[in-house]
Ligand binder design. Structure first.
Ligand code: FMN
Length: 384
């Protein structure tokens, strides 16, 4: 089970929070139960890293408990990506590098990056080869994460899987949407199954896992070697506990004694404790002011569906100290049961399909890309 890289979300604090939750309640770690959790960083740009960009370097922070440092790298230039992978392995002790070929954001695809890049098969291969070669020097596996393609008429995932395999990539993660879909509609799990049948390297399935049961269903439906979970764990880092438990066997109840009607679900009191833990970890990594500011965006995800008044939500959205957060959260009823109507429903980004995918002039004219160089922006941070 993999925590999907999410720009602005999967920083060191959040990765630790999810990993803590991913440890089973009886003290077994997810690994001991046979399921390995991987918690991937926010995307950083290879050019930013190679050029020593301060923002990029500031994002390369790891928690002291983080045993497997997993970083997602964005890049469009084979040389930069190779050098950045080398730096990650030799200077940052990174144990896994994931390459982002799935970002649908116009300012990225317009330059031929993200989900646009796999259209240029040759360029994709050269980037992967450089990254894999750098990783191999340090025994570090390189994976790629991608989408189905640009749109239904320009699918790339099967070729991308073959190229990843030929380049020596350790695995490929597929988000079952095209770039033009953005986050709209439903992820196409059949495409994940198709990719599984097409390549020999492990395929990780991604898209629309809202509950642990969805993860099990996805693996059964697709034959994927693992799952990548993004929006489903926004405001619900305990999804990793549920995932670990579900892959290990029957799901363990969360607070069975206190709430027999809602086995496996946290009460508002439990959610409040997780919120405080999240904020505390953010503050530890970023300082109290920035940490609290970062935490604000998570408040509505945590409280989704719970009764919490408008005034309280408003105050929480302005919180600037841990003490204030604690005091505000004390106003919530700890015995409130989890809003079951929220289960299995989408959260986070959804939106509607784009009218078109912004691409460089003539990008679709050929699929080879020999000699093609997509412009790489050192400050790109928009993610996937
Ligand atoms: C806020 C946000 C930021 C994201 N940032 C990245 C990113 O930096 N790199 C990436 O490969 N995908 C990124 N994604 C995409 C997710 O990794 C994932 O592929 C997508 O959300 C689909 O999975 P889900 O249905 O489990 O959310 C981001 C998604 C969200 C919602």
């Amino acid at each position: 089970m993999v925590l999907a890289p999410m720009a602005g979300i999967t920083n060191a604090a959040y990765r630790r929070l999810c990993a803590e939750q991913g440890a089973l309640r009886d003290g077994c770690s997810a690994t001991a139960s046979g399921t390995t959790g991987l918690y991937v960083s926010e995307m950083i740009t290879s050019r930013g890293l190679v050029e020593g960009d301060a923002t990029t370097k500031a994002m390369l922070v790891f928690d002291e408990t983080e045993q497997v440092r997993s970083v997602q790298l964005y890049g469009t230039d084979p040389s930069y990506v190779g050098r950045a992978t080398e730096i990650l392995c030799s200077e940052y002790g990174v144990a896994h590098v994931d390459l982002n070929f799935g970002c649908p954001v116009p300012k990225v695809t317009r330059k031929g990056g993200g989900a646009a890049l796999p259209w240029k098969r040759n360029l994709l291969g050269r980037i992967l080869e450089q990254a894999v070669a750098a990783g191999e020097r340090h025994g570090v596996p390189v994976t790629m994460k991608t989408r189905k393609g640009i749109d239904e008429d320009h699918l790339t995932f099967l070729d991308a899987g073959r190229i990843a395999q030929e380049s020596g990539a350790a695995a490929i993660a597929l988000h079952g949407r095209t770039a033009i879909q953005g986050y709209s509609g439903r992820a196409d799990w059949d495409s994940i199954a198709e990719l599984v049948a097409h390549v020999d390297i492990p395929v990780l399935g991604n898209g629309d896992i809202w509950e642990a049961a969805d993860a099990i269903r996805m693996v059964e439906h697709t034959g994927a070697a693992g799952v990548v979970v993004g929006r489903g764990c926004l405001g619900r880092p305990w999804l990793f506990r549920d995932l670990a438990a579900a892959f290990a066997g029957p799901v363990e109840p969360f607070e069975p004694a206190a709430h027999p009607s809602s086995p496996g679900l946290p009460t508002l009191g439990e959610v409040r404790r997780v919120m405080l833990r999240h904020a505390e970890l953010l503050c530890r990594h970023m300082g109290e002011e920035r940490g609290c500011k970062e935490f604000r965006k998570h408040v509505s995800w945590y409280l989704k569906g719970f009764p919490a008044g408008g005034t309280l939500r408003h105050s929480l959205a302005l919180v600037s100290t841990l003490a204030d957060l604690d005091a505000l959260l004390a106003g919530l009823d700890p015995d409130e049961a989890f809003p079951e109507a929220e289960l299995g429903t989408p959260r986070g980004r959804q939106g509607s399909p784009r009218r078109k995918v912004a691409l460089p002039e003539g990008w679709l004219d050929d699929t080879d890309g020999t000699g093609a160089v997509a412009v790489e922006d050192a400050g790109e941070t928009s993610g996937g």
